[in-house]
Design a protein around this ligand. Structure first.
Ligand SMILES: C[S@@+](CC[C@H](N)C(=O)[O-])C[C@H]1O[C@@H](n2cnc3c(N)ncnc32)[C@H](O)[C@@H]1O
Length: 240
């Protein structure tokens, strides 16, 4: 879908327009990621590999905190938009299938990120993405993998699923699915954070967007909130 220029424009200018559900989540994730990098790599900025980088959202979130950045994507249109909006990285077009792409730089420490990919692709693409991460992060001391699940199967949104039975429902992955996938590729989760308890609909209702943002900003900090968040980020490293 992101091979199409219309979809690329929409992703950048509609989905991520200021004040939208996605951009509010992006703001919270950006603050978290910047803090994570400072905590996890004190005095040793990592080389950043953003797999399925799209328009470079994660790369731009970490400008100034990494040694160098590489973005990988199958869509030349997404990469063109990444360059247009000022993403400071070397951008690489990769094939959608075939051999696992090779990280453009083997230096360590490394940070691999994968945002808004796993949910919308099949098991083969998920495995390939994780195999790429394994190449960039060959052992427990090599760095970190950060990935996003933007459709947690056990989120509060699930309460509405019964009404939609038979009419289709959002793609979802559970914490267990993510943990299993990571485990299969020799990773273990060391941190997990929720970034939205509410759904997109709350942000789209007239007059409710600001309130939804305030509720989400506070609610996600409650202990155990990440269990039920719609949008979850996992930090993992290779098993020692
Ligand atoms: C929803 S976009 C997310 C982009 C970016 N990570 C973000 O969060 O804004 C999904 C991206 O995955 C890319 N993609 C799809 N299949 C891929 C594959 N097999 N390998 C690498 N990238 C892929 C698409 O081209 C698209 O740019």
């Amino acid at each position: 879908m992101f091979q199409d220029t219309g979809a690329v424009e929409k992703h950048e200018n509609v989905t991520y327009a200021a004040g939208t559900y996605a951009s509010r989540i992006n703001d919270r994730q950006r603050a978290y990621l910047r803090d994570l990098i400072v905590r996890a790599f004190p005095g040793r900025p990592p080389v950043h590999h953003d797999f399925a980088c799209g328009t470079g959202r994660a790369i731009r979130s970490l400008h100034g905190l990494v040694r160098e950045a590489h973005g990988y994507d199958t869509s030349t249109n997404m990469l063109a938009m990444a360059a247009e909006v000022g993403t400071e990285a070397t951008l690489h077009t990769v094939a959608a299938d075939g051999p696992v792409p090779i990280p453009a730089c083997a230096d360590q420490p490394a940070l691999v990120t994968m945002f808004r990919l796993l949910l919308n692709v099949d098991a083969v693409v998920r495995d390939r993405a994780l195999a790429f991460a394994g190449r960039a992060l060959p052992d427990a001391n090599a760095g970190l993998l950060v990935l996003e699940n933007h459709g947690n199967a056990h989120s509060l949104r699930r309460l509405r699923a019964r009404r939609h039975r038979g009419n289709g429902w959002f793609a979802e992955l559970s914490h267990r699915d993510i943990s299993h996938l990571l485990h299969q590729h020799g990773f273990e989760i060391i941190e997990r954070r929720g970034f939205s308890m509410l759904t997109q609909g709350w942000y789209q209702r007239r007059g409710l967007s600001r309130i939804a943002h305030s509720v989400d900003s506070a609610a996600r900090l409650l202990p155990g909130a990440d269990d039920y968040a719609v949008n979850v980020v996992y930090v993992a490293r290779r098993v020692a």
